[in-house]
Design a protein around this ligand. Structure first.
Ligand SMILES: [Zn+2]
Length: 428
């Protein structure tokens, strides 16, 4: 049994006559056993923790973050700094670029995947859906290596791997590699751009859905294709999900086309996505507005229709993009800023897009988290309430993982320029 004193929890909202809303909080002691919370006891102010107890120092507890789309298997992070090399040809150009370095990169992969996993964990992420290349250049090697890294970090990170055919579903499966990845146990089958990469929407989706349904696995389709093609592909994914009776087992990543069309089209697709329980995993990219005249995926229309939207990282300093903070709280903050979610409740509810839907309070102020029986895993941060944390993105992140205060927090820095030192542990 572990006892943690002095944890600040949100207890409700107060609506003032001025129109302002404030978040109510109070100090609690949280007791856990076998990883789960068994008691949440109110305190009268701060109390001294005994030697056998842990001290939350009055910090605010917020739910851990969950990452639903990240690549750990071809980045520069964890090695020497490298910016992006300009290449022509969009996604196809980047694919040709990586075909040239994937084999050479295998040597660095274990350390760099671990560095990224630890870096993101240091900000409060405890779950990752990890995209791993399965392709004709490296076969299943990235899958096998990243799987080992994930297992080695099981004490602080849970996750699931997506066998992702970055070089195309049809090209990859023509060598039987996706079948091999599923035989090796990959829980999710990836796919990308059935039109522009595979050149045949129906053949691509048929291959993906046949494979996934025969192995009883989930699907995650990366859809960069925009405009009419992207909209049509989303509709076909909804149709296939229905036809193959895979409701709740198919996801679409990026779905850039939803940011390039009118609200009415988004709303009509949203109804189909909600009906088939297809979530959208979006990075809420800033560069779309500047360079494509488009907007980020309008998540509010989707969410209002009942579609689950998760804001994700995708890449951190790799050959596609030099950006990416690894901090999902910061990503929630950016999303709130893009869509001008500035009042107390809107700021706080934006956080559900990085916490797998978990929020401390409902919009009407009812306490939702943490509850007795929940896993005793949380982020302690230096804020008076979640809306302040989303707006100000405090640096402080002390992790409680399955009832244990993290005694050796991970330092937030990548490898040094020799490329040999992994994310360092701070002196205790
Ligand atoms: Zn991706």
């Amino acid at each position: 049994m572990t006892v943690i004193r002095n944890i600040l929890l949100e207890t409700g909202y107060t609506w003032h006559d001025s129109g302002q809303v404030s978040t109510d909080t109070s100090l609690f002691t949280i007791t856990s056993e076998n990883d789960l919370i068994i008691a949440i006891t109110p305190q009268e102010g701060m109390v001294a923790a005994t030697q056998d107890e842990q001290d939350g120092r009055g910090l605010l507890a917020i739910p851990p973050t969950a990452e639903y789309h990240v690549h750990l298997d071809k980045g520069h992070f964890g090695g020497p700094w490298e910016a992006v090399v300009p290449v022509a040809g969009g996604t196809q150009g980047r694919i040709a670029e990586e075909q040239g370095f994937l084999e050479e990169y295998l040597e660095y992969l274990p350390d760099r995947a671990a560095a990224l996993m630890e870096y993101m964990g240091s900000f409060g992420t405890t779950f990752m859906r990890i995209q791993v290349n399965v392709d004709p250049v490296i076969g299943l090697q990235n899958y096998e290596i990243v799987n080992e890294v994930l297992h080695a970090h099981a004490s602080r990170m849970s996750g699931e791997l997506v066998a992702f055919p970055q070089h195309g579903t049809l090209a990859t499966e023509s060598q039987g590699l996706l079948t091999q990845a599923l035989e090796a146990g990959a829980p999710i089958l990836g796919a990308l751009d059935p039109a522009s990469i595979d050149g045949d929407i129906e053949a691509s989706l048929t291959t993906t859905f046949n494979l996934a349904s025969s192995f009883d696995r989930e699907i995650d389709i990366h859809l960069h294709d925009g405009g009419e093609t992207g909209i049509y592909t989303i509709q076909r994914i909804i149709d296939y999900t229905c036809d193959y009776e895979m409701r709740g087992r198919v996801a679409i990543s990026h779905a850039f086309a939803l940011g390039q069309t009118d609200d009415q089209t988004v709303a009509s697709l949203a109804a189909g996505l909600a009906e088939q329980d297809i979530p959208i995993f979006t990075t809420q990219p800033l560069w779309h507005a500047a360079s494509m005249g488009a907007r980020a995926v309008p998540w509010r229309i989707l969410a209002d229709a009942g579609v689950r939207v998760q804001v994700t990282t995708d890449t951190i300093n790799d050959h596609w993009s030099p950006f990416g903070s690894g901090d999902l709280l910061k990503h929630a903050s950016r999303t709130a800023e893009i869509w001008w979610q500035v009042d107390e409740i809107s700021l706080a509810t934006t956080y559900q897009m990085v916490s797998n839907g978990v929020l401390p309070l409902s919009s009407s102020g009812e306490m939702l988290w943490p509850m007795i029986g929940d896993e005793a895993t949380m982020i302690l941060t230096d804020a008076s309430c979640l809306s302040e944390a989303v707006a100000r993105v405090p640096k402080e992140r002390t992790m409680i993982i399955r009832g244990q205060m993290d005694s050796a927090p991970l330092a937030r820095r990548p490898l040094n320029s020799s490329g040999k030192i992994r994310a360092m542990r701070l002196p205790v």
